[in-house]
Design a protein around this ligand. Structure first.
Ligand SMILES: Cc1cc2nc3c(=O)[nH]c(=O)nc-3n(C[C@H](O)[C@H](O)[C@H](O)COP(=O)(O)O)c2cc1C
Length: 215
């Protein structure tokens, strides 16, 4: 079978304008909770999302990060502020997020801007992580070239010995971002590629405008 022939029909559901809430966060919560209520294999990380940023040279970059909290107006993830993505967000905070949930034939696309969370939130999440992840966050030069395979393990070992069992401090270069949405699109796969797409756009008065888009 060639890649050309890889296709499936989407039949799970449909979206009707009269059923769309005025606040897209409400629909996001409903979809997310529906997923979390399903019996899913462990490898299916419902909170995995693509994060696109503007490269410093004018290009674009995309990678997966994990959604760790939903606030009333924002989506949170945690990372190294000195990584490529951290430096890119510093220079241009406009970002896009993407979720694909094949079990429900759904996609959600989010556009907006990213801002650092306050330190309290980063501290709280950092200390809820396993000790091994806390050690890695301290030593990993995320996005930098690594010369020797053993380097990271040696650095973790050295830090662990130095701490002698004491709490691992959160490095100041590690923390959260909140992505505040100004556009959110909900896509429901339909048979014969006649998918339902609804896009919410934040208006200047703070209300959301809702439009159906061609699939
Ligand atoms: C399933 C999955 C989850 C990930 N979650 C995170 C995350 O929450 N934070 C993070 O910094 N990197 C995460 N990564 C690694 C990123 O995709 C990426 O490799 C890393 O952040 C470096 O990206 P950058 O060089 O563009 O900054 C994850 C990767 C995968 C595949």
């Amino acid at each position: 079978m060639t890649i050309h022939h890889l296709r499936r029909d989407y039949r799970y559901g449909s979206l009707k304008r009269e059923e769309m809430p005025s606040d897209p966060m409400e629909l996001f919560h409903a979809w997310f909770n529906e997923l979390r209520g399903l019996e899913l294999p462990e490898w299916f990380e419902v909170n995995a999302m693509s994060l696109s940023t503007h490269r410093l040279d004018g290009g674009t970059a995309c990678r997966i990060v994990l959604l760790k909290e939903i606030q009333s107006d924002a989506f949170l993830f945690f990372t190294n502020y000195l990584s490529d993505k951290g430096r890119e967000i510093e220079a241009n905070p406009k970002v896009a997020l993407g979720f694909y949930w094949p079990i429900l034939d759904r996609q959600v696309r989010i556009e907006g801007h990213a801002e650092k969370t306050d330190d309290r939130i980063s501290e709280h999440y950092f200390h809820s992580r396993p000790r091994s992840s806390q050690l890695s966050a301290n030593i990993s030069p995320q996005s930098e070239i690594i010369e020797h395979e053993s380097l990271l393990a040696e650095m973790v070992e050295a830090l662990d010995q130095k701490l002698q069992g004491a709490d691992v401090p959160r490095p100041s270069h590690w923390g959260g971002y909140r992505v505040v949405a100004d556009k959110m699109e909900f896509w429901q796969g339909r048979p014969s590629r006649l998918h339902d797409r609804f896009r919410y756009t934040k208006r200047i008065d703070g209300m959301w405008q809702l439009d159906r888009l061609g699939p």
